[in-house]
Design a protein around this ligand. Sequence first.
Ligand code: NDP
Length: 457
Amino acid sequence: MGTAVAPACSEFLLGVAAKNPAQDEFHQAVCEVVESIWPVLDKRPEYRKHKVIDRIVEPERVIMFRVPWVDDKGEVQVNRGYRIEMNSAIGPYKGGLRFHPSVTLGILKFLAFEQVFKNSLTTLPMGGGKGGSDFDPKGKSDLEVMRFCQSFMSELFRHIGPNTDVPAGDIGVGGREIGFLFGQYKKLRNEFTGILTGKGLNWGGSLIRPEATGYGAVYFAAEMLATRNESLEGKTCLVSGGGNVAQYTTEKILDLGGKVVTLSDSGGYVYDEEGVDREKLAFVMELKNVKRGRIKEYVDKYPKAVFTPIDKGLDYNPLWDNKADCAFPSATQNEINAKDAQNLMNNGVYVVSEGANMPTTPDGVKIYLDNKILYGPGKAANAGGVAVSGLEMSQNSLRLSWTREEVDQRLQGIMKAIHKASYQTAEEYGVPGNYVDGANIAGFIKVADTMIDHGVV
Ligand code: NDP
């Protein structure tokens, strides 16, 4: 990212694209990481000798399976399930499950690939994986979701285990889905063990796990601001999404004295000039997590706010075209294109902390870097979620539960460590302030060195 792309690097990337056709998001994620780490290969020739890059872009294992289930009308439905076991060099595969109609092999491979470097950055012993299905939980009854989850786990259970692969939630997979998946695993295996994270508090979950990704993204923004002797106090923030990450991002921004003026879902976004306060946030949590409603209902309750529906004909997202200091994209991949990134710059945004995975397109990222804003890429900024999942695994192994304060302290410590590693690595490699290169290189080196230690496996 920091330097011009070497011809050998372009050739390598063309090879990856040719070998993995129709996986655009995977190519995008590989491209970003490989461009960052290419200069490291010149300094450390052993990585080339051991073909570490060639191996790291190839999943250790990909599992694809049929998920048949019966809907409330008695009709048979068929979805496709996946688990990508990308890299287990530094620990068991770890990464979420996504249930969304847009899920494809390429999307999950991009997420699994990102997860490898993210998990390495957390300082915890976790490899990288990701999985999910093209099943859409939206509009389904609880019983339909349960039957789907049971069918999904009826295949997945053979491939996972507390020391092998430990999935968690992601888009469309929250506490309800994790509960159904856990129940089916327990029934099939006849054992109570920590094979999923994001569990309920009564059955092995960790305090602060639901909050962790959003809180972590805000802690990361605070760390970036601290390098300029600033804080979030009084800052106006744009948040996208209305799910788990967006909700707890909003909560932590409020804790630290900032103001959130936007939230969204796939139907459009709300702009609330007065700010989303705690009462309004509680309304959104009830609306999204319990009633499973749409964000446009926010303006029925708070009529001073304005709802703008998605206009598919636009080549930009108007959410990013509002005056603010900070942006926290927390919905999905590629939700900020170059035009949106330029709109953010024009509106005074100089902090972007990514709660979502890869929410900014490469030409959008280039605009952030050219403008030298404080830009925390997803694999660093949103690593708090998987970090607390790692802490949930530790608590399960110890068979005890840490307090809320203890988990939050550890989360803050991990986000500080990730910030420091990314910041210092960027300086060391001659790209100061470039957290993209810093995070990619720092995450890569630990995994690459371990792969060499383990031999050609
Ligand atoms: P949720 O399902 O809780 O919420 C997702 C939100 O994003 C919803 O508001 C949804 O709207 C919106 N959204 C999803 N897909 C699209 C789309 N294609 N276009 C527009 N809006 C969309 O998911 P999370 O909050 O858990 O995840 C959000 C992001 O954070 C994802 O990128 C995820 O990978 C990332 N992340 C999540 C972690 C976690 O711990 N949960 C950890 C690290 C990263 P609608 O309801 O209308 O679909």
